[in-house]
Design a protein around this ligand. Structure first.
Ligand code: ADP
Length: 268
């Protein structure tokens, strides 16, 4: 009761039997849980003072006339923001880890995509990038709208941060096996093949200085992967350095078709 066992099976051919080994890994699981709780607790604890520091720095920045002091304050502000994003990311990962229940409601993908495009329109424009959405069908899927939005936000945020010129595009379409595919593609710097297997790990970044410079924490894709797994889907990446990347999320078919149109439709 309350114990966790790792069961391994070995086929013993000569005796035509299967040997099952039960290994009690309760202590290991408990240590893992304590570690995760500790990280989440620290993150919660540092979030409050960081929010206060941010507020004061913002006020000082507004009032400061001295150029040098303003520059120093901007540096403090940037670093505090980064710390705050890290704390926030770790809290999100912990919530995903402890299996807090996801909502299960009908969600119109077109609406989710539209909200994300609205959210990032300005940021894309400021960089001179075109941000487009192409929703190839009007489907509703049973899912958690906020988690789906968070997933898409992380992918679009990355796509914009790692693209200097060209386009970021979100596409949604149905596949033959009754699943829904959401993809985010960019014409950015791309990812070399040797890094791809590791980019979903916590704090893994390909180029630390570039990630920092663009406001990265190394947690975004880890959050994306957790959400995709909790939604029962899969994620894959196709990327060519110097050409661009496409992140493809495939979600299972627990959905209902609203208007069932497969004709390409551009949502700007
Ligand atoms: P970060 O906060 O550093 O962006 P992520 O977990 O979101 O962390 O991504 C991990 C790493 O994967 C990034 O540091 C970056 O090197 C690479 N990466 C993610 N998305 C893209 C993209 N669209 N184009 C190029 N590189 C990317």
């Amino acid at each position: 009761q309350g114990r966790v066992y790792l069961v391994t099976g070995t086929h013993i051919r000569s005796r035509r039997k299967i040997l099952l080994t039960f290994q009690d890994i309760s202590a290991l699981k408990e240590t893992e849980r304590i570690k995760k709780d500790l990280v989440a607790n620290i993150s919660h604890e540092i979030k409050t003072p960081l929010t206060a520091i941010k507020g004061y720095v913002e006020t000082l920045l507004e009032d400061e006339r001295d150029k040098t002091k303003k520059r120093y304050l901007s540096v403090i502000y940037r670093h505090v923001n980064r710390l705050s994003d890290i704390a926030e990311g770790l809290i999100t990962l912990h919530e995903l880890d402890v299996e807090q229940p996801f909502q299960e409601v009908p969600v119109n993908l077109r609406d989710v995509v539209r909200r994300v495009v609205e959210l990032y329109r300005r940021q894309a424009e400021e960089k001179g990038l075109s941000l487009r959405a192409s929703v190839h069908s009007d489907v509703e899927i049973i899912t958690d709208p906020l988690k789906l939005e968070e997933l898409l936000i992380n992918l679009v945020d990355n796509a914009i941060r790692y693209t200097r010129e060209g386009e970021v595009k979100i596409s949604v379409c149905e596949t033959e096996d009754d699943a829904v595919t959401l993809s985010v593609s960019d014409t950015g710097i791309g990812i070399a093949a040797e890094h791809i297997p590791r980019i979903f790990e916590r704090f893994y970044v390909v180029d630390r200085s570039r990630s920092r410079e663009t406001g990265g924490t190394g947690l975004g894709l880890s959050i994306v992967k957790h959400i995709v797994e909790r939604l029962g889907g899969t994620i894959s990446v196709e990327s060519t350095p110097g050409v661009g990347s496409t992140f493809i999320v495939k979600l299972p078919g627990r959905r209902k078709i609203v208007r069932g149109s497969c004709a390409p439709h551009d949502d700007r």
